[in-house]
Every structure is written in C-alpha cells, then in structure tokens.
Design a protein around this ligand. Structure first.
Ligand SMILES: Nc1ncnc2c1ncn2[C@@H]1O[C@H](COP(=O)(O)OP(=O)(O)OP(=O)(O)O)[C@@H](O)[C@H]1O
Length: 375
C-alpha cells in the first residue's frame, strides 16, 4: 500500500517565511491527485517535501506505513518528473532510461526488459539511440516520464511537467499521462500519483481528485465534478472553470417572507432550500456566483429571473461566444452557442438587452468568510 498522508505538514523557510501552514491530506493508494493553485501557493514546496528535496518544519509525511520525514529521497520509493525534463545531455535515450536502474545495481537483462517496456508504452522505441538535443520538447518529456516509470515507484511525482510545451503538445501529453495511469491502474500496478500544476484544465481532466491550494492552505479537496458544482468558497469557485464564474457583490432582501437576490433593479427569487440556508444573511454583504453557461441573454429584458443591461463586448471562440453585459456597475459574462450569438451581435453593441439565470445554479458567499452559504 502506498497511501500518502500529510499530517499538519508545515514549511518555514530559513528567512522565517511560513510557506505551508499545517496542511492535512490523505492520498489513496493508486490515486491520481492533482495539487493546483496560483503561483506562490506552495504547490512545489509541498511536493518537494514529499520528494525529500526540502526539509519538513513541522508535522509529518507518511508513505505507506512509514513516516518519511527523515528519509533520503532515494529511500522513499518515489520517482519525479520535472518541468525542465532534467535529462543527461551526453547520454542516449536508452542510457537515460537505464541510468537509475544501473545505480540501483539491477541485473543487466532486467534493465533491458524494463527499459524496452517503458519505451514501448511511451512510443520511444525509434528514439532509443538519440541524444536529448536531437529530441523535440514532447519527445524529451516522454523520456523524462519513461525514466520515472522504469523505476516502478510506489509514488510518482510530477512538478508542472508540461509547462514548457506548446498548447497542442500539452493537450496530447496530458492524455498520454492520464492513459498511462489508467492502464497501470487496470492491471493493479498504478503508482500513487501527485501532480502539481497551475493549469486548471490539467487539474480537471487528469485528477481523480484535486487539492486546491492558496497561500500555503488547502481550500478544498474533491473530485473535479464536485469542485466545479459545489465549490466550498469563493476562491475555489473563481479558480476552477474558464471563463471564470461571475462573482459579484450582491444583496439579499426579504419581502412577505420570500428571500430574493437583488441585482440592479431586479429581484431573483431564491429556491426553498436556499431561502432556508441564507435567511440570516438578509441585509448583510454577500457575493453571488453564477457560471457563464447559466447566464442566458435575450432581446427583451427578463421579467422574473433577470433584468436588463448593456451589451458591451463579445469574444468569438469559434464554437461559442463569450458575451459581456453591463448591469449597474458590474459586468456579467455569458457563454452562448455561436449561431444564436451571431444573430444578437448583428443588431450591434452598446444597446440594452435582457439577461436571466436560474437561482438553482447560483451560489451565494458570505462576504466576511468568503464561504459558500448555499451548500
Ligand atoms: N528558499 C525559499 N526561501 C524563502 N521563501 C521561499 C523559498 N522558496 C519558495 N519560497 C516562497 O514560498 C512560497 C511558495 O513557493 P512555491 O515555489 O512552493 O510556490 P508554487 O505554488 O509552487 O509557485 P509556482 O507555481 O510559481 O512555482 C512563495 O511565496 C515563495 O516565494
């Protein structure tokens, strides 16, 4: 079993800066966990502590049944893939793949078998005699992944492995790494994987679960679906999803026992569940959050579940458009299929149109704690 556990894990750098604030996380055996968050949230620091490349200031890390705090990197049963590939420039691909195994004094025949197996899985067979400088970025990254899998580690660590690749290669490597993990999982041989990235598309498409971090704290650990639909706080709501969720300051009002959200001059009635959850917030500052795909745009002002605003900008994404509408002093984004959007744009910008959304899809956040109060 190679479950990975962080218990109250802390990092204070030598200059006194506290980068990781006592985080708890349990990664299951064979799970693909993505750690995601903006620059400086301490993703790399956390991964490097797990790898043994950075000392631990407090708490503990367990891999399987062992506390590894004081174990050297090579005694931890891990393999790591870095952003810059870190291949040995003077060695061929074959030698790069075999290097770690040679150091561990594995018999020659077994090294040959494991190198060829990794080369087959990653389609590197035709490149085995090349030097790293004779490889493209994507090929070099496949060698870096291959060098890690030949070791058959218990835990596989990735530190932003795709950030040096162009968008197309990134997408294909993303699928390749995911498929590799799924394939190994089916045969019961998947390493527990911790994958660090700042790219939320990678996080959403690759992770069994995702750990969202901010400034050395964990904001939420959940499946991609749950993070998207049930974000626990404003940070997660705003970080996951592109284009971003509309998150705007709002106000709750009560009339005849009915609680509604006021946006500009419009009142949107909350559903029964929401009313019960948020009644105590009436009159207090809150934020509302609605994903662009749930905001619909209409020619006429919506009467019961929206209002009107000025059509200020459009962005053409090919298969869909992002439409920006100014309501009072906030701007709402809507995603629209391109056929419908073209009809609307044909009538020109900077004119009044309607918008609407169902409160079923709307999140409300406490302005003081930034927590989701509708969950
Ligand atoms: N050696 C160090 N001494 C002091 N502070 C450091 C050191 N290394 C990193 N930090 C700080 O710790 C915090 C976390 O850094 P870390 O590199 O782990 O973040 P990250 O989430 O991986 O960011 P990025 O996506 O930019 O790589 C940052 O505020 C960073 O400035």
């Amino acid at each position: 079993m190679a479950e990975v556990i962080f218990n109250k894990l802390e990092k204070v750098y030598s200059n006194g800066f506290k980068a990781v604030h006592g985080i708890d996380l349990r990664i299951q055996d064979g799970e693909f966990m993505v750690i995601v968050g903006p620059s400086g949230c301490a993703k790399s620091t956390t991964l490097r502590m797990l790898a043994g490349l950075e000392t631990i200031s407090g708490g503990e890390i367990r891999i399987g049944s062992r506390v590894v705090n004081n174990l050297a990197p090579k005694a931890r049963g891990i393999a790591m893939v870095f952003q810059n590939y870190a291949l040995y420039p003077h060695m061929t691909v074959r030698e790069n793949l075999a290097f770690g195994l040679k150091l561990s004094k594995m018999p020659k025949e077994q090294i040959k078998t494991q190198v060829e197996e990794a080369a087959r899985i990653l389609e590197l067979e035709d490149l085995l005699e090349r030097l790293p400088r004779q490889l493209s970025g994507g090929q070099a990254q496949r060698v870096a992944v291959g060098r890690a899998i030949v070791k058959k580690p218990d835990v596989f660590l990735f530190d932003e492995p795709l950030s040096n690749l162009d968008a197309k290669l990134r997408a294909s490597m993303r699928i390749r790494i995911s498929d590799l993990h799924k394939h190994l999982k089916q045969s019961g041989k998947a390493a527990t994987t911790v994958y660090v990235t700042h790219d939320q598309t990678e996080a959403m498409t690759m992770g069994d679960r995702i750990c969202v971090m901010k400034l050395g704290h964990i904001m939420q650990v959940d499946t991609p679906d749950n993070l998207y639909h049930y974000p626990k706080n404003m940070f997660v709501a705003g970080f996951i999803g592109a284009p971003e969720m509309n998150i705007k300051p709002g106000q709750l009002v009560e009339s005849n026992g009915q609680v509604s959200l006021q946006i500009g001059h419009s009142l949107l009635t909350l559903n029964a569940h929401q009313q019960e959850k948020v009644r105590s917030y009436v009159g207090k500052p809150i934020f509302y959050g609605i994903r662009p795909e749930f905001v619909t745009i209409t020619e006429a002002a919506a009467l019961s579940n929206g209002g009107s605003g000025e059509l200020v900008r459009v962005e053409n994404m090919g298969h869909e458009f992002f439409i920006y509408i100014r309501v009072g002093d906030v701007e709402l984004t809507s995603r629209m299929p391109s056929d419908e959007a073209r009809v609307m744009i044909a009538k020109g910008l900077n004119r009044q149109i309607g918008f609407a959304f169902s409160m079923e899809h709307c999140h409300l956040f406490d302005a003081a704690t930034e927590n989701n109060i509708t969950l």
